[in-house]
Design a protein around this ligand. Structure first.
Ligand SMILES: [Zn+2]
Length: 379
């Protein structure tokens, strides 16, 4: 396992691409200049204009914004309405009631109360639980089917409603270094369909796991022909986000150990205590990702800080050593109950997915790390 020379990304990341020992995300951030953000906003507005001209249904909404019950949704919706001056329809693929948290439900309610039109589509609960277990068994990923429905619902509804401009927040190619989704430029989200979580393993497993074909529809990303027919364009807002710093600042503050809600970061492994508010099972996935690839969410968080010069690599190593891969037994018990397995069964399903080059696997228990964070490791 090799680390990026600048941040703590490892070459085990799916679709990782290193140039002279430096990852794609670090290479990109090296080419960023603060003063071109307003220029980027102009470029984005121009692209939106062109995209909207192709929309046939002129009386409908200007665009669709994909939202969740998470903390970023409110900012994205406001930004599109107030900064870009558009009429957005918010589309939310909500979690089934057993999975959705109280905070998530409140945040979604809040968005509606703010005066936005929101369409929420919720997958059938039993199918959702069954596919979550199937995702876990077949891919070692408890959220694969959930993510498929999250990403697919927005374009599916866009096509159905005849609204052709879609916004997402951050570009995953630049944010986490998934080279497969790199588009024509940094705003272009039309390659989102190549996201590892959507492509890996195809879709046959899904269709086979459900009782009737229609139950799989909710999870399938529309194909390119449908995109072409309806002139659908997906844009990332991230590169033009010049006023995103408030949030960054609060995350940074918590990383400095100042405002952490006691205990919670040790429970979830989430340093900001502010992401994944709408449900808890994603925390399991962050832990599984760590066991597969040698890095987890703490690494992703500190990498951004390193790239923006707000944390040194050495400081980041100390944070990652302590927090990466954390996820409490309580959350694992909760997921196990949701999908109808025992905790022992949970670890039995998880263990074959653990990379035994970098972790020691133990029967029915959590794996133990062999490597030192930030140092290339050979087993
Ligand atoms: Zn890097």
């Amino acid at each position: 396992m090799k680390y990026c020379k600048q941040c703590l990304t490892t070459d085990l990341r799916p679709n990782a691409s290193f140039e002279d020992g430096v990852c794609i995300a670090c290479n990109y951030s090296g080419s960023l200049h603060e003063d071109n953000v307003s220029l980027k906003l102009t470029i984005l507005q121009d692209k939106i204009q062109k995209s909207r001209q192709k929309q046939r249904n002129k009386n409908a909404y200007d665009c669709i914004v994909g939202v969740s019950g998470g903390k970023d949704s409110t900012r994205q919706a406001h930004w599109v309405r107030d900064r870009l001056g558009l009429r957005p329809l918010l589309v939310c693929c909500a979690y089934p009631p057993k999975q959705m948290s109280e905070i998530g439900a409140n945040n979604l309610t809040n968005l509606i109360e703010m005066g936005f039109d929101v369409i929420a589509a919720t997958p059938a609960p039993q199918t959702a639980a069954q596919l979550a277990l199937e995702s876990f068994k077949q891919f070692g990923n408890v959220c694969k089917s959930t993510e498929m429905s999250l990403f697919s619902t927005v374009p599916r509804l866009a096509i159905e409603l005849g609204v052709n401009t879609i916004f997402w927040g951050e570009n995953p190619a630049l944010q986490v270094g998934d080279a497969a989704v790199e588009g024509f430029d940094e705003f272009d989200g039309n390659n989102l369909r190549r996201l590892n979580t959507l492509t890996a393993g195809g879709t046959d497993w899904l269709k086979e796991a459900v009782k009737a074909p229609y139950l799989a529809e909710h999870y399938l990303y529309p194909d390119e022909i449908e995109f072409e027919k309806k002139k659908i364009n997906i844009f990332y807002l991230g590169p033009a986000w010049d006023d995103w710093s408030n949030d960054d600042n609060s995350i940074y503050a918590s990383l400095q150990g100042l405002t952490l809600r006691p205990g919670e970061e040790l429970e979830t492994g989430d340093l900001s205590n502010a992401s994944m508010l709408d449900e808890e099972f994603t925390n399991i996935n962050m832990m599984l990702k760590y066991y597969k690839f040698g890095f987890g969410r703490a690494t992703d968080t500190v990498n951004e800080k390193i790239r923006s010069g707000r944390m040194t690599r050495d400081e980041a190593i100390r944070v990652v050593e302590k927090y990466d891969g954390l996820c409490s037994d309580r959350i694992i018990r909760s997921f196990s109950a949701y999908v109808g397995i025992t905790e022992t069964e949970f670890w039995n399903i998880a263990n074959p997915w653990v990379n035994d080059d970098i972790f020691t696997i133990r029967e029915g228990e959590r794996p133990i790390r062999k490597f030192t964070v930030g140092t290339d490791y050979e087993s």
